[in-house]
Structure formats: structure tokens, C-alpha cells
Design a protein around this ligand. Structure first.
Ligand code: SAH
Ligand code: SF4
Ligand code: F3S
Length: 440
């Protein structure tokens, strides 16, 4: 039986969360974590969202062969496994197990099957959720934790593979989420980020049988003693309810940060993307959030070079960006994904055009991020210390607005909430000066 394991995650935060749950599952089998170079079992937890994702996986598989010609047991998990499971099994003979994102609770069984010599494949999307079959959350102390509350997507944006790799929208039940959050807090978490492909579409009955949306869940989590901060990602503009907007003005534990992808500023392109919002409805929504939480930091996702995107369409995106002044953002070149409607659309955009537009967009976004950071200088805020900095004695924490803040203080420790004055702003981080320590 294999004794040590290594999980490598390639994708979004939910992919990272799945990786953690797989690691806990392996621990529950009596295995221990180790480096990739000498683990008995390597789990490649893959992502399919853009090109080269699958290529990266194949090259990673190739590199797992060791100098003496041996290889670890290899399991390919995640969204590439879901989308191309059968092909991986064929193309990469050294892979022992292929398991999709909705089936990884079955990993121990699949590994046993594979030990018998046969390749084991499971990309089912069972009606019963994997969550009930996973071991309880581990108690590895960490100050920030992810918690998947919602999974899957029914939106079918025409460029996107997620509805196919993650399946239909499901909301995890109230009680399971409260319990998991409490376990994470008991394990040392002070901040929890609620995850979902459309996290703000989450809905379920609470313990008293009342229908709740994400804002209700956030309010209940805010009551857990010791949980200081709550974040959520990723939201869809169409699911930003009245209640959730209001929560931004009323729940102190809910951090003033909103990642709200818009993808494009051109209504023509938004329509072709099947986004079902317009650039004006998006901007209006941001105004409503800013009205209740004026200091909210906004973040977005953008795609340039969607099929048919003209210079004028792209200019509309730049205009929306300039109007919004994002604190940070992610921007991508459109990547045709097999099986999605946009991949078959006419008028695919030339790579040079995409490159040039991406550069212009990123120049604007970087400038806005710098400006946001510069405007934070002089603010006093709490940061949650998460990791060591580059230099001895330095620690890095996150501000409420999700900026990285570097501090040096003799008593500071990872996991502390520390009040700092924000002093100097760089492009990717700020320098902070400790004001006082959290009472122990
Ligand atoms: N559920 C989230 C995010 C899903 S994927 C949402 O709806 O916003 C994260 C981001 O990847 C998307 O917001 C989009 O900007 C980008 N993306 C998705 N598919 C893509 C594709 N085919 N090409 C380029 N970028 C893509
Ligand atoms: Fe993909 Fe659109 Fe669903 Fe987001 S909302 S996961 S971009 S289909
Ligand atoms: Fe990638 Fe799957 Fe997440 S495709 S972005 S790992 S949902």
C-alpha cells in the first residue's frame, strides 16, 4: 500500500479547496504528506479553464518518472480529468487513476482498484454530494481557510467549460456549512472565504426551516466566536441580491472587498457571451454596493479577444474599467474551449490583436491598482498575518481590502490580527507600521 502522498493543485480557489480535502482524505487512510519527488502517490489536481492547462498536465506526468526509471502512483483529478478523462487514460499510460471533481471522495477505492493493476476511472456526477462522504475537516492550524458552499454553474457563458466540468449548481446544506466553519475556527482559522462558481447563488433552508441566501449564511457565520473575517468569491452580477448588498453595510466581519467579474464592457459582446447583464446594469450594481460600503475594493475578471470583438468593443471595456477604478483584477486572452459554443463562432480574433489588447487593458488595470494602493497610504487598519516575508523578521498580512501588507514587529506571529498604519505603497503590496497588538 502506498504510504506517502503529494497533491499539486493547478486551478482556482475551489480547486485548491478540493486539493485540501483530498489531502485530508489521504491522511484519514493513514498516509502522510511528502514532497513530489519522493511521494508514493502524486495527485495532479488539474484545471481546464484556459489553453495549455491540459498540456501542463501531460508534461507534469512526464516529469514524474524518476531517475531509476520508477514512478509514483499517479492520480489525475480536477477539471481536466472531468473533461478529458478517457483521453488521459489513453494518452498517458503511466496514469493509474482518473477522478473528476464530483467523485474524489472515492479516491481510496479507486486507488485500491488501480493497485490491482487496472486503470481506475470515475468522472461520474452523482446525485449525492461528495461532501457527506469526506472526512471531517482537519485541524491543521492556519489563519485563513476556504469553505466551498456552492458548486457548479447553470449560467453557460458561451466561452466557459465550468458548467461541463463542475456540473449543475448545487448549494451545500446550512448545517454542514456551519459545522465545517466551526471546525475551521477551532483549527485556528480567523478568516474564512466562502467559495462557489456562483457563490452568491447559494440558497438553503436554515436550522429553523427559513429559506436563506448567502447574506443569511454570512450573518450566521459572523456569530461564530473567533471568526473575525468573512469573504466570498466568485459572484455573478445577476445574483447580487438586495440582502447581500445590505450585508456589506451591516456585517462588520464581512470584508470590504467584492470580486465581481464583468468580462467585457461591450453590450454586444456581453450578449454573445450569454452574460445576461449589460455594462450599464453592472455599473449601477457597483453604485448600489458603494452606497452602503463606500470604501469597498472592487475586483473583476476580463476576457479580451472574444470572437467578433472589434476595436470599438474593446474600447468599451477600457471605458468600463476607467469608470470603475478596480483595486485589482484578472484579465485573460480568450481561449477557445472544446465543446463550448464560442469555440465554433466565426470571427475568432488573431493572437497579435489579443496580445495588444491585453497589454493595453493590463496597463490600465495596473495603473488603477497602484492608484488604489497609493490612496490607502495613511489609513489605519487591521491586517491578518498569513506568512513570512522575504526578509528576516518580516511578516505579510492582508488588509481588509485584500492588499498584501508587509510588517516587521518582534512580537508579531502568523495568525495574529494586528493594527497597522499603511505607510508606503508599491505595485503589489504596502508597507505597514504596527500600532498595537491584538489582546492575547
Ligand atoms: N464563475 C466565475 C469564474 C469562472 S472562471 C464567474 O462567472 O465569474 C474565472 C475566469 O476565467 C472567468 O471570470 C473568465 O474571465 C475567465 N475565463 C473563463 N473561460 C475562459 C476562456 N475560455 N478564455 C479566457 N478566459 C476565460
Ligand atoms: Fe463560467 Fe459563466 Fe458560470 Fe462563471 S458564470 S463559471 S464564467 S459559465
Ligand atoms: Fe479550473 Fe475547474 Fe476551477 S476549470 S478554474 S479548476 S472550476
Amino acid at each position: 500500500m502506498t504510504k506517502t502522498y503529494h497533491v499539486k493543485s493547478f486551478g482556482c480557489q475551489m480547486n485548491v479547496y478540493d486539493g485540501e480535502r483530498m489531502a485530508e482524505l489521504m491522511e484519514a487512510q493513514g498516509m502522510t504528506a511528502s514532497d513530489k519527488a519522493d511521494a508514493d502517490l502524486v495527485i495532479l489536481n488539474t484545471c481546464h479553464i484556459r489553453e495549455r492547462a491540459a498540456e501542463k498536465v501531460y508534461s507534469e506526468i512526464g516529469r514524474l518518472r524518476r531517475e531509476d526509471g520508477s514512478k509514483p502512483m499517479i492520480a489525475v483529478a480536477g477539471c481536466v480529468a472531468q473533461a478529458e478523462g478517457a483521453e488521459i487514460a489513453k494518452r498517458a499510460p503511466s496514469v493509474d487513476v482518473v477522478v473528476g471533481p464530483q467523485a474524489y471522495h472515492r479516491l481510496p477505492e479507486l486507488l485500491r482498484e488501480a493497485q490491482g493493476g487496472a486503470k481506475a476511472l470515475d468522472t461520474d456526477m452523482p446525485a449525492i454530494s461528495k461532501f457527506g462522504a469526506l472526512p471531517k475537516r482537519g485541524t491543521q492550524p492556519r489563519p485563513t481557510a476556504f469553505l466551498t458552499v456552492q458548486e457548479g454553474c447553470d449560467k453557460f457563458c458561451t466561452y466557459c467549460v465550468v458548467p461541463y466540468t463542475r456540473g449543475a449548481e448545487i448549494s451545500r446544506p446550512w448545517g454542514a456549512l456551519i459545522d465545517e466553519a466551526k471546525a475551521l475556527v477551532d483549527g485556528g482559522a480567523k478568516e474564512i472565504t466562502l467559495l462557489g462558481q456562483n457563490v452568491n447563488a447559494w440558497e438553503a433552508e436554515d436550522d429553523k426551516g427559513r429559506q436563506q441566501g448567502l447574506d443569511g449564511l454570512i450573518r450566521a457565520l459572523a456569530d461564530i466566536p473567533g471568526l473575525a473575517r468573512i469573504r466570498y468569491t466568485t459572484s455573478h452580477p445577476n445574483d447580487m441580491s438586495e440582502g447581500l448588498i445590505a450585508a456589506h453595510g451591516e456585517v462588520p466581519e464581512l470584508m470590504p472587498f467584492l470580486h465581481l467579474p464583468v468580462q467585457s464592457g461591450s453590450d454586444r459582446i456581453l450578449k454573445a457571451m450569454n452574460r445576461s447583464h449589460t455594462s450599464a446594469s453592472y455599473l449601477k450594481l457597483l453604485d448600489r454596493v458603494r452606497a452602503v460600503r463606500p470604501d469597498i475594493a472592487l475586483s473583476g475578471d476580463f476576457i479580451v479577444g472574444f470572437p467578433g470583438e472589434t476595436e470599438e468593443d474593446f474600447e468599451a471595456t477600457l471605458e468600463l474599467v476607467r469608470a470603475t477604478r478596480y483595486a485589482q483584477a484578472f484579465s485573460f486572452k480568450y481561449s477557445p474551449r472544446p465543446g463550448t459554443p464560442a469555440a465554433d463562432m466565426d470571427d475568432q480574433i488573431a493572437p497579435e490583436v489579443m496580445d495588444e489588447r491585453l497589454q493595453r487593458l493590463q496597463a490600465q488595470l495596473n495603473q488603477d491598482q497602484q492608484a488604489f494602493n497609493a490612496a490607502s497610504v495613511g489609513r489605519r487598519c487591521e491586517i491578518l498575518l498569513e506568512r513570512k516575508g522575504r526578509h528576516p523578521g518580516q511578516l505579510i498580512g492582508k488588509s481588509p481590502w485584500l492588499q498584501s501588507v508587509v510588517v516587521s514587529h518582534p512580537d508579531a506571529a502568523i495568525g495574529d490580527l494586528m493594527t497597522v498604519d499603511l505607510k508606503e505603497a508599491g505595485p503589489n503590496s504596502l508597507a505597514g507600521e504596527a500600532v498595537m497588538r491584538e489582546a492575547a
